[in-house]
Design a protein around this ligand. Structure first.
Ligand code: CAA
Length: 248
């Protein structure tokens, strides 16, 4: 992974399962990594664990679903770190339920946190990237944005929307040294997936040709590649990492 030494990376929801692996990967490549968080106690535990493992991550509190929160977070990060070179829009939630049972609150929460957030956060850093004529925006979408998922009209819509955003912004910024890409993980062995009822989860695993859940590190490796100089010709792409569960 060339060209990452000294770059500043912001990972939204970096204290979670996939987010943690992304933070570690980018730090190992020489980036200064900052993560957003919402839960103070969980973030402090994470920070202590990461510090013990030898990582010096920045933490900034931010509800990515709130534009005002993101604006304040952006001002703080830009002032403290001199801008963000690599933005990983990773924060996401699920509130699963079949459409007939889904409430407006379930719909709004997932669309706000998973999709509005991409606007709210990217808005704070794109001018800085344009000013430096270099930048990477990496949006963590999902297999379920590509194929849809029973019980996830909200999540599937938000994740498909993320990739629409990716393609449009990629076109607007390609000439300015910025790449914008989506990664669509399949089912990865994180708390989010372990929260699915065991019987349902086992049915899902049975549909994965490689026969197992993915590992967070397998997603982080892709982030590292896209962020590096080696990934400079890839923009507007949606890269799947799903063990063969969905091929397109
Ligand atoms: N396809 C077709 N029918 C299905 C089905 C499927 N995949 N899954 C369930 N059904 C059927 C059941 O057989 C049942 O049928 P009957 O009524 O005829 O018996 C019916 O649907 C159940 O409907 P309910 O509304 O009662 O559903 P429920 O409340 O029991 O469960 C659910 C709904 C909670 C959404 C459950 O289906 C579920 O957990 N699904 C998995 C959702 C999922 O994959 N979430 C991913 C979370 S992780 C993530 O999102 C990360 C990522 O990016 C991959």
């Amino acid at each position: 992974m060339s060209g990452l030494n000294g770059k500043v990376a912001l990972v939204t929801g970096g204290t979670g399962g996939i987010g943690s692996a992304i933070c570690v990967k980018l730090a190992q490549a020489g980036c200064k990594v900052v993560s957003t968080y919402v839960d103070e106690a969980q973030a402090n535990d994470w920070k202590a664990k990461m510090t013990a493992a030898g990582y010096d991550f920045g933490l900034v509190k931010c509800d990515v679903g709130s534009f005002d929160d993101c604006k304040a977070m952006g001002e703080k990060v830009n002032a403290e770190y001199g801008g963000v070179d690599i933005l990983v829009n990773n924060a996401g939630i699920t509130k699963d339920g079949t459409f007939r049972k889904m409430s407006g609150d379930q719909w709004n929460a997932v669309l706000t946190v998973n999709l509005d957030s991409v606007f709210n956060v990217t808005k704070q850093f794109i001018d800085g990237m344009l000013g430096k004529s270099w930048g990477r925006v990496i949006n963590i979408s999902s297999i379920n944005g590509q194929k849809g998922q029973f019980g996830q009209t909200n999540y599937s819509a938000a994740k498909a929307g993320m990739h629409g955003f990716t393609m449009a912004l990629a076109q607007e910024t390609a000439k300015k040294g910025i790449t914008v890409n989506s990664i669509s993980p399949g089912y990865i062995g994180t708390e989010m997936v372990m929260a699915i009822a065991e019987e349902v989860r086992n049915q899902i695993i049975a549909q994965i040709p490689v026969g197992r859940l993915g590992k967070p590190e397998e997603i982080a490796a892709l982030v590292g590649f896209l962020a590096s100089e080696d990934g400079a010709f890839i923009t507007g792409a949606n890269i799947a990492a799903n063990g063969g569960q969905h091929m397109c």
